[in-house]
Design a protein around this ligand. Sequence first.
Ligand code: FE
Length: 202
Amino acid sequence: MPHDGHDNGSKLSETELRVRALESLLIEKGYVDHAALDQLIETYETKVGPRNGARVIAKAWTDPEYKSWLLSDATAAIASLGYSGRQGEDMVVLENTAKVHNLVVCTLCSCYPWPVLGLPPTWYKAAPYRARAVSQPRAVLKEFGVELSEDVEVRVWDSTAETRYLVLPMQPSNTNNWSEDRLAEIVTRDSMIGTGLVGSNA
Ligand code: FE
């Protein structure tokens, strides 16, 4: 599985090295503090980025035609909402159903669909998740608070430099008459990676 052309595990890329050097310099000079930077990154990881994906999911839940387009040509359907660019060139959307639960990992590094989810969370890049998502997916899901019944098949998808996945979570049954905006608010980042489910009181 080709993983060239982007970050590969522990080896830092030229860009990452430059970012680290700049970060240390800014902190050393007292221009920024570590906590503020962490908070900024956290915002992009959990709020800004995943809100794009949430719009995609909410539209798929409320518009059957958009949903079929999304499942057949995710890259184009997602780009139609304005979300495209690096690390989102070849998107595949995986639909969760009552019988199938999809879980996304990048076993070799940290491939992640940036245009729809923003920056990958730390755990996504960490070795334990990368290894165990494949070998013990149900145990990993349980640690994230997701318990699936035995008759649900868990499918694990390994992202690559070519293909990035977005999970289309199941819509909570009591939200059928909700507006797209309201639905977008309950879609979590983890539910679009497969390490979470969407609840109507999220
Ligand atoms: Fe990767």
